[in-house]
Design a protein around this ligand. Structure first.
Ligand SMILES: [Cu+2]
Length: 382
């Protein structure tokens, strides 16, 4: 893990964050509850009356795993865990997935989304799926890159299934630069909806990172699936799947604003900011950025041709699509929402706002009462 905060990527240091927030008065506003009153709690905290008493680890924040520094090899373990979409009481929380099937890289922490695997174009990746701890089969399927038939990760067409107790190493050539999705392809609708997805980022040779670079994966959930696995008396079926929780990097607002576990886009005036958007859900999400106009610079592993890099403020990200956008932090330094513009995706149960909502936060705006109250809603404890 790093001491960087903000969304996974190149945020600012924790020390700089504390300095910018004027830490002395940060929690003076604790208890203020003007944004919303809880209405109908449709997503209760996990496991309260299910009698299962599952003793599961809690998920952490998705890590960026630099494969260039690890000899291009990593072991991804499938583990059961508990996942807090929004652990607090504010804004119609808490929202918890009592059981997720998470990925964990080597000795890192399990997370939903899984670890962000990053490397440079040209490497041959050896990615081992360790399924020694779970009681069901899984696989790994990588989008974007071109690999041999047997490494495609689909059990029914390759004949390769990683059974409980087994390990299997996939050979994945990093031959298509770009931002790619990976996921379990065994009973895909259920296994992705239980949390088995992540990002493979292949940097082109000679890649220059932006001043700030963030990874943002969006997904909608039908929490009944996890809750049913957690022993609650609810019925999920694929034919009546409907979204009741909406996340960015596994969190709903206000947890998305948490600088350590959520995904605020922390910027400084003049920064060039690059955001890798990935949709790991099964619905489209039109993502809108307030007060900044961005260019799309990559899509699905292709650089966007120059004439198509026009300034815009909404990009509709369909399931499995990846868009890399770039903008200048050139607005009046403040706090600007970034969210899905389907308004029923910006809610926690029946309570608005919530869900698929985060913000661009200028460091200059952190030492303000409004930012302190946002941190309060997010449950940030300094
Ligand atoms: Cu699976």
């Amino acid at each position: 893990m790093s001491d960087r905060i903000g969304a996974p990527g190149t945020g600012i240091s924790r020390r700089k964050f504390l300095a910018a927030t004027g830490s002395a008065g940060l929690f003076a506003t604790a208890g203020c509850t003007t944004i919303s009153q809880p209405t109908v709690r449709t997503v209760p905290l996990s496991g309260s009356q299910n009698g299962l008493n599952l003793d599961l680890p809690e998920t952490g924040k998705p890590e960026v795993v630099n494969l260039d520094e690890r000899g291009h090899a990593v072991t991804i373990k499938s583990v059961m865990a508990r996942h807090h979409i929004h652990p607090g009481e504010t804004m119609n929380g808490p929202i918890t997935l009592p059981v997720v099937w998470a990925f964990q890289a080597d000795d890192g922490v399990p997370s939903v989304p899984g670890p962000i695997l990053r490397c440079t174009e040209g490497a041959e990746l050896k990615i081992t799926l360790d399924n020694s701890e779970m009681q069901m089969p899984h696989t790994l399927h990588f989008h974007g890159v071109r690999k041999t038939w047997e490494n495609d990760g689909v059990p029914t067409t390759t004949g390769v299934t990683v059974m409980p107790g087994e390990k299997h190493t996939y050979t994945i050539p990093a031959n298509v630069p770009g931002t790619h999705l990976y996921h379990c392809h065994y009973q895909t609708p259920m296994h992705m909806d239980m949390g088995m997805y992540g990002i493979l980022r292949v940097d082109p040779k000679g890649y220059e990172e932006a001043d700030k670079e963030y990874f943002m994966t969006v997904k909608e959930w039908d929490t009944r699936l996890s809750r049913q696995h957690g022993g609650e008396n609810v019925q999920y079926s694929l034919s009546n799947r409907h979204g009741d929780a909406f996340t960015i990097n596994g969190k709903s607002a206000p947890a998305t604003f948490h600088p350590e576990t959520g995904s605020p886009l922390i910027v400084e005036p003049g920064d060039t900011v690059r955001v890798h958007w990935v949709n790991a859900g099964f619905m489209s999400h039109p993502l809108h950025v307030h007060n900044h106009r961005f260019k799309i610079v990559e899509k699905d592993g292709s650089p966007m041709p120059e004439p198509l890099q026009f300034l815009q403020d909404v990009v509709n990200v369909a399931p499995a699509e990846r868009y890399t956008i770039e903008f200048e932090a050139d607005a009046d330094p403040g706090i600007y929402p970034v969210h899905c513009h389907k308004v029923d995706h910006i809610r926690n149960g029946d309570s608005y706002p919530g869900g698929m909502l985060t913000a661009i936060v200028y460091t200059d705006a952190m030492d303000t009462d409004i930012f302190r109250s946002v941190m309060d809603y997010a449950g940030y404890q300094g």
